[in-house]
Ligand binder design. Structure first.
Ligand code: GLA
Length: 408
């Protein structure tokens, strides 16, 4: 059996040098600067963000790097090492919903959203390189948006970025909102906003408790090493795509359920009111039965975030495993967003001694996380890789993650 593959994170100087070198090679001059932003994993609180709920992401050490230079005309020229260095071009004045395809839509979309917000953002050249795995449910798109957002903030003098991880981060919250608009309206993915907040608002060594009802955040210390633990990420290599209909269908079912219950979002359903809400939704129709399962997940998951954070606040990190396990079960059975690869990863990690394991992100493929004893990381990774091989699944890839810093 072959050894587990590890997804290495680049050092910041290395990542910046790669983006700058690509910029110079493709555009023939120096950029104004280099910026970067992280991908994320969510510890718990899945499919809660668009329900006004709570989630708890951490920023990855894996980041997307951009080198950017302002242009005085209104055009955007883009190149990416992940796109074989091809040169693409978009006229900023033409950017509107449905006009830009593929990865340039995330970049042009951020400029468009900032302009829609009244900011004087003009054209630019940008070169991108990234060690955030693509299509792995680790928010490579939010990392790209966020890196471009802080680059445009600096080169256009918007003054919104401030220091990353600041609890008083109103400017960064506005940048995150622009990135969400770029993703929803220009890239066409109806995502909820957790990923962009994680990338722009997280703090090193902390998990970000994000309250999606009002956009407020709290930095929760997340010190794995103090407890001798590690967070193992398993990229199942089962590709997920949020632009397909499944994510939108989950979101629509939640919105329909909230409307039937007469609440603005499912956040308004307290655990004590859950049974009554489910009884209202359960009208004998198939649609009603689906809504029962979706709502049970969302309300339970928001409560699990609160319990998870209470344990962290009490210094009881070792006790969060059962909450992670329950989150996975709920996502698999009630929300129906897991898949075989994610279930195999989670079960194999637990069988090899993980304290808890769950899928992370939108699901339908992508990544799982496992909380493991630090000195058991290699054994758990080998066990998961072995389980994939035994089931003839594509070999997964692994990363050990310490909470990284926000976009800068
Ligand atoms: C994706 C979306 C997020 C969030 C998660 C599920 O990552 O981009 O907004 O909805 O799925 O928690």
């Amino acid at each position: 059996m072959s050894a587990p593959q590890w997804l290495e994170a680049w050092s910041a100087p290395d990542g910046a040098a790669r983006a700058r070198a690509l910029f110079v090679e493709r555009f023939g001059e120096e950029p104004d600067g280099t910026w970067s932003a992280p991908g994320r994993v969510n510890l718990i609180g899945e499919h809660t963000d668009y329900n006004g709920g709570l989630c708890l992401p951490v920023a990855l050490p894996h980041r997307t790097y951009v080198a950017l230079r302002r242009r005085e005309d209104g055009s955007v020229r883009l190149t990416s090492a992940q796109d074989a260095g091809r040169l693409r071009q978009v006229a900023l004045a033409d950017v509107a919903p449905g006009t830009v395809e593929g990865w340039p839509s995330y970049v042009a979309g951020v400029a468009w959203a900032l302009r829609e917000d009244g900011h004087a953002v003009g054209g630019f050249d940008v070169a991108v390189d990234s060690c955030v795995p693509f299509g792995a449910g680790l928010s490579s798109s939010a990392a790209l948006e966020s890196a471009v957002a802080v680059a445009l903030d600096a080169t256009s003098g918007l003054g919104l970025a401030g220091p990353g991880g600041d609890p008083d981060d109103a400017g960064r919250a506005r940048l995150a909102a622009a990135c969400v608009r770029a993703e929803n309206e220009i890239a066409g993915a109806p995502t909820g906003g957790m990923d962009q907040s994680a990338s722009l608002r997280a703090r090193e060594g902390h998990a970000l408790l994000l309250d999606c009802r009002d956009g407020s955040v709290r930095q929760v210390p997340f010190d794995l090493s103090a407890d001798g633990l590690a967070l193992l990420v398993v990229d199942t290599r089962a590709e997920h795509a949020l632009v397909d209909g499944q994510y939108a269908a989950r979101r629509a079912a939640c919105e329909a359920a909230a409307a039937r219950l007469g609440v603005p979002t499912l956040r308004e359903i307290a655990p004590s009111g859950l049974e009554a809400a489910l009884a209202t939704l359960d009208d004998g129709s198939d649609e009603g039965a689906v809504q029962v399962r979706r709502v049970r997940h969302v309300v339970g998951e928001i409560a699990r975030v609160e319990e998870f954070v209470a344990l962290l606040d009490a210094g009881r990190l070792r006790e969060v495993g059962p909450l992670m396990d329950a989150s996975h079960t709920s996502l698999r059975d009630d929300y129906e967003v897991s898949c075989r690869e994610l279930d195999v990863a989670v079960e194999a990690a637990r069988a090899a001694g993980a304290l808890g394991a769950r899928m992370t992100g939108g699901g339908f493929g992508g990544s799982a996380i496992a909380l493991v004893e630090h000195d058991r990381v290699d054994d758990v990774a080998a066990a998961v890789a072995g389980a994939f091989a035994a089931q003839d699944l594509r070999a997964p890839a692994f990363a050990v993650v310490l909470p990284g810093a926000a976009a800068r």
